[in-house]
Design a protein around this ligand. Structure first.
Ligand code: GRF
Length: 197
């Protein structure tokens, strides 16, 4: 039986598209069963529909900061498709411990830095400010602590003279698109060996 995967997005969904395209391979151990966004305006929703994946949006704004109520609405949508694995792909809402705890060991995230460096936001600018020679991205298991769980894989890129946060982000994103599908394929097959690109 293929593992059922739900994917959470907030924006353009380029990582989501790579995950879904990779899962189109008949030999892939998983299948995409839902793409959920926290805004109906997320550009990735139309891309998911074009790839034949059911979509739904649960807008966080009407909940006015009531995280438990927002997360209950997320879980209600997940219960409808009963996924085995949850992938966060550019999902920009921080999930609370009460939502994460039941999903621990089954939820993955991609973060645009070489964790444990630069948890949180503005990772490219912070790597430049620190004068780092290399930067990259990380796929990790999600735990209640932000950007903190066990690492499944990392991809590294050189920081070049004259780099700006935008040029660095543009060098990291294609690596994200290679790393996340590779890590999900491994994870869904039960292979927890680390991937380094
Ligand atoms: C990616 O850089 C991801 O690492 C970060 O948000 C960006 C989203 O990209 N969390 P996309 O929505 O997958 O195109």
């Amino acid at each position: 039986m293929k593992k059922r995967v739900a994917i959470f997005i907030s924006g353009s969904g380029s990582n989501m598209v790579r995950l879904v395209e990779d899962m189109a391979d008949p030999d892939h151990p998983a299948e995409a069963v839902l793409v959920l966004a926290n805004s109906a305006d997320a550009g990735g929703l139309a891309k998911a529909r074009a790839l034949g994946v059911p979509t739904v949006s649960v807008d966080h704004r009407p909940f006015k900061g009531d995280r438990p109520a927002f997360e209950a609405a997320l879980q209600t949508e997940l219960d409808k498709v009963n996924p085995d694995i949850l992938c966060l792909a550019g999902f920009m809402r921080v999930l609370t411990e009460s939502f994460v705890a039941p999903w621990e060991g089954k939820m993955l995230n991609i973060h645009p830095s070489l964790l444990p460096k630069y948890k949180g936001l503005h990772t490219h600018a912070r790597a430049l400010e620190a004068g780092d020679a290399e930067h990259g991205c990380t796929v990790h298991m999600v735990t209640p602590l932000l950007d903190d769980g066990p690492i499944l894989g990392q991809a590294r890129v050189p920081v070049q003279d004259g780099d700006t946060p935008d040029t660095l982000a543009a060098r990291v994103l294609p690596q994200e698109h290679r790393l996340y599908p590779a890590c999900l394929r491994h994870f869904a097959a039960g292979d927890t060996s680390r991937i380094d690109l």
